[in-house]
Design a protein around this ligand. Structure first.
Ligand code: GDG
Length: 469
């Protein structure tokens, strides 16, 4: 079996099962590497006065991780800048929040070059290289410049937006051209893949070949949809843990038989948190009988707090949660519990299980793993109901959730009301189908599908077909 070199912006050394507070992506990448052996490379999260390219190697939970420190200016221009002030908002349809600054683009290219130079000595002849996410689109181009001709794959965890949005990005052609240095590009859903095909055909004069490969800039590349999943087995184990049971009991005791609606998200404007709270407020406003019977727990650990847009959304949510509680709370009932902290993964499992409704309302999301975790954590005999935004990649797979338009507080309130009163038979019927999907299309299936497609690149291209990049 080939060794895998995985590259992502941040590398978080895996921690013992359950205790982890890192997100789904980190868990997924650690799982991929345990199976295939190899190295996981990326930024340590630390800064250094001057970039040295010094590799720090460590082995944790069966995975070898290699990290490098970045200069402060790199972090500002590449991470806070091009990645999180330019690409993230634009790819989530927030053109109003998208900042175009030349220094960001330069920092982005510089860090990708530095990453490539640093990881280059670790790459052996038969390795597969798998690069992750929007921070690192130019990595393959830089590795090719350094003579790496191994199969290199790229997976985009966030949406590929409509071409009219991509076209607003100065130098978008260069970004697209960099993607053609890969052998395989993976998207979360057919929708994002279609948007990429559309962009290639209409904006850069490329074409979709009869075998599905894309051709542009004098190269061809394979592209496919590889919907990411969760480690469903591990999550089920976390749900059965003592920490999960304790958390469940704490919520039950504090909720005094009230129905809990739960939301869990990084505090990000793409997650539709304001719209969600407005939907919950509409539920309370329209249904006086439901007040006191229900409460909402929103867990929202802050992220990217050096970026202004994240400080703004945080302030708005503080105000909105305060407003709803001020307007509706009673001396012994608080409608919104809004919590800006991180919980351990096994505690999170207990929180999901204690909820009657999982409310997942992103305005745009590559996939959304929280929706899948909520399903995996339910009691099969008495499961809760998932209410899911149609704009999450997950909605294309999870059709038995109650699918809503998160921009409509009325629709959110209606779905919440329906979920809260749904009889057990319907809840079970919906949940069984959802759970089957979550367990089947899990993170191992995602990893294997991508790695096999990348392996296939090694096979000789049939005579007469265009050469793969
Ligand atoms: C990107 C894409 C795509 C959250 N709070 C806590 C906590 N989390 C964990 C969740 C979940 C993960 O973070 C969030 O994953 P999502 O998929 O919901 O969203 P992004 O972070 O935006 O991820 C997304 C994903 O990449 C994978 O491809 O699905 O579309 O945007 O796992 O559980 N985990 C713990 N404590 C918390 O308080 N332990």
């Amino acid at each position: 079996m080939s060794r895998l070199i995985v590259v992502s912006n941040r590398v978080t050394p895996p921690s013992p099962k359950g205790s982890a507070t890192q997100g789904g992506l980190a868990m997924a990448l650690a799982a991929a590497l345990r199976e295939y052996s190899g190295v996981w490379f990326g930024w340590s999260g630390e800064t250094t006065p001057e970039f040295t390219g010094h590799l720090s190697m460590k082995r944790a939970e069966g995975v070898t991780v290699a990290t490098v420190d970045l200069e402060e200016v790199d972090v500002q221009e590449y991470y806070n800048g091009y990645a999180n002030k330019t690409l993230w908002p634009l790819f989530h349809y927030r053109i109003d929040l998208t900042a175009y600054d030349r220094s960001f683009g330069q920092g982005y290219d510089r860090v990708n070059r530095r990453f490539a130079e640093t990881v280059r000595p670790l790459i052996e002849k038969d390795d597969l290289v798998w690069i992750h996410d929007y921070h690192l689109i130019p990595m393959a181009r830089e590795l090719r410049r350094l003579g790496v001709d191994n199969p290199i794959g790229f997976f985009l965890h966030i949406p590929w937006p409509a071409r009219q949005l991509v076209a607003t990005l100065p130098r978008h052609r260069q970004l697209a051209e960099a993607l053609f240095a890969y052998d395989l590009i993976g998207f979360q859903t057919e929708e994002w893949l279609d948007a990429f095909r559309d962009y290639v055909s209409h904006e850069v004069g490329g074409e979709v070949l009869p075998d599905g490969r894309l051709s542009a800039f004098g190269r061809t590349v394979r592209a496919g949809a590889f919907p990411i999943g969760i480690d469903a087995e591990d999550f089920a184990r976390a749900t059965r843990s003592a920490a999960a049971a304790r958390t469940y009991d704490r919520i039950a005791a504090s909720g005094a038989f009230r129905a809990m609606i739960v939301g869990v998200d990084r505090l990000d404007y793409s997650k539709g948190l304001e719209e969600r709270l407005q939907g919950f407020e509409r539920l309370l406003a329209d249904n006086p009988a439901l007040r006191r019977e229900v409460f909402m727990l929103q867990i929202a650990p802050p992220t990217r707090d050096q970026v202004d847009a994240y400080q703004d959304i945080r302030a708005r949510l503080d105000a909105l949660a305060g407003h709803i509680n001020g307007a509706y709370a009673d001396m012994d009932w608080t409608p919104v519990r809004y919590v800006n902290r991180n919980y351990r993964r096994d505690e999170l499992a207990g929180i999901y299980r204690a909820a009657k409704v999982g409310l997942v309302t992103p305005l745009r999301d590559g996939m959304n793993l929280v929706a899948k975790e909520f399903v995996a954590a339910q009691d099969p005999a008495d499961p809760g109901v998932l209410v899911l935004s149609r704009f999450a990649g997950a909605a294309t797979q999870m059709k038995d959730a109650l699918i809503i338009n998160p921009f409509s507080p009325e629709e959110t309130a209606e779905a919440l009301k329906r979920a809260l009163s749904m009889d057990r038979a319907e809840r079970k019927r919906r949940w069984e189908i959802l759970q089957h999907g979550v367990a089947t299309h899990d993170v191992a299936a995602w990893r294997d599908a991508f790695v096999q497609a990348l392996e296939a690149v090694r096979r000789p291209v049939p005579r007469g077909a265009a050469q793969t990049a």
